[in-house]
Design a protein around this ligand. Structure first.
Ligand code: FAD
Length: 327
């Protein structure tokens, strides 16, 4: 049995952020992930300036693909809005591996299955034990399943459904485009270029709305969306899209129980307007670490916001679409 003070289950942005802060303060921390890094993570790889700040990233010395956009192109029912802002793109394949390595904590590849509590310790698969446990295993997190599911059942109406593919592609347009409610899609579609010839395209929406929207499934929307891209932005690109589902922010009855914490997608923290999950994952991982390092500090998610777009932009766009019957 390997015993440490803190075990982090999952080495994505939530887990690596927690491990990074804990390790920097000298804590005895171990990360368990079922995958060997670098690993594939379906994600558009859009990150905000808040993520860069929270992670104290020096962009100039980041060793992988990193692109900065000075505006977002928002397409809404034939309108084309150019919204000035600063946003970034990374490749998750590279970013997550870099973050985990930077955290400096030992990582063991292990698929966590069974978690028990005994004598003030969490025992994982009869092989690992710890006093503090951080659940950062994403949507299918075993910490959520074992310790939190009964108190925080997930609500169907907060579940997203997505399809995406990231390809090597010599894009011509280096800017980020978003299409809201395109051709009846109850959600949005994206074109997110990455530095040096990579491109992520995808679409998604709330699963219950997709099911109730005239029976059109994501594959139907995918075919229409990619043929539109083929006409202009991404001619000749070939895709093999994959799907993944996660949850946006709802009411959380408990983010901490005893010495166990829920973070990131495990807790369902993605923003409700844009389904942005990296920022909330990073911030919640840091807050869990803070609560462990300072035993008097409560684990609070107040500053993990549920909305991505400041200044009410998202709600203005939604109002616009609602009043025109687009959704
Ligand atoms: C198609 C798509 C596009 C998206 N685009 C964006 C975007 O552009 N920007 C954005 O901010 N968010 C985006 N998101 C959301 C974002 O990807 C997630 O919210 C974010 O990855 C959550 O991070 P996390 O660390 O909580 O979980 P994850 O990144 O999912 O990491 C969880 C880790 O836990 C490990 N794990 C799982 N089960 C076990 C187990 N049993 N034992 C051990 N380890 C385990 C996994 O291998 C994984 O490494 C997107 C999501 C999808 C699906």
């Amino acid at each position: 049995m390997r015993t440490v003070d803190v075990i982090v289950v999952g080495g994505g942005p939530a887990g690596s952020s927690a491990a990074w802060r804990l390790k920097r303060s000298g804590a005895d921390v171990l990360v368990l992930d079922k995958e060997a890094f670098a690993r594939l993570k379906l994600c558009a790889g859009w990150i905000t300036p808040e993520v860069v700040r929270d992670l104290e990233m020096d962009i100039a010395s980041y060793p992988h693909r990193f692109l900065t956009f000075d505006k977002l192109h928002v397409h809404l029912k034939g309108l084309h809005l150019r919204i000035p802002c600063v946003q970034h793109s990374i490749r998750r394949f590279e970013f997550d591996a870099w973050l985990l390595e930077r955290a400096g904590a030992p990582v063991v590849q292990h698929n966590v299955k069974r978690i028990l509590q005994a004598n003030g310790q969490y025992i994982i698969d009869d092989s690992f034990s710890c006093k503090y446990l951080i659940g950062a295993g994403g949507t299918r997190c075993p910490v959520y399943r074992s310790l939190f599911r009964d108190v925080n059942p997930r609500a169907d109406q907060l579940q997203t459904a997505t399809l995406e593919h990231e390809i090597e592609y010599e894009w011509q347009d280096p800017e980020c485009h978003l299409w809201f409610f395109e051709q009846g899609l109850p959600g949005y579609a994206w074109y997110v270029p990455k530095q040096d010839g990579w491109l992520n395209v995808g679409l998604g929406g709330m699963a219950t709305r997709l099911r109730s929207h005239g029976g059109k499934d994501l594959k139907h929307h995918w075919a229409r969306f990619t043929s539109k891209l083929d006409r202009k932005l991404a001619r000749g690109a070939q895709y093999h899209p994959e799907g993944y589902s996660y949850y946006v922010r709802g009411r959380l009855a408990a983010a901490r129980i005893d010495n166990a914490f829920m973070t990131g997608d495990a807790a369902g923290l993605a923003t409700r307007d844009m389904c942005e999950g990296i920022g909330p994952a990073v911030r919640s991982g840091l807050r869990a670490a803070d609560a462990i390092l300072d035993g008097n500090k409560p684990y609070r998610l107040d500053d993990v916001t549920g909305a991505s777009l400041g200044g009410g932009l998202a709600s203005r766009m939604l109002d616009w679409a609602f009043t025109r019957g687009a959704i």
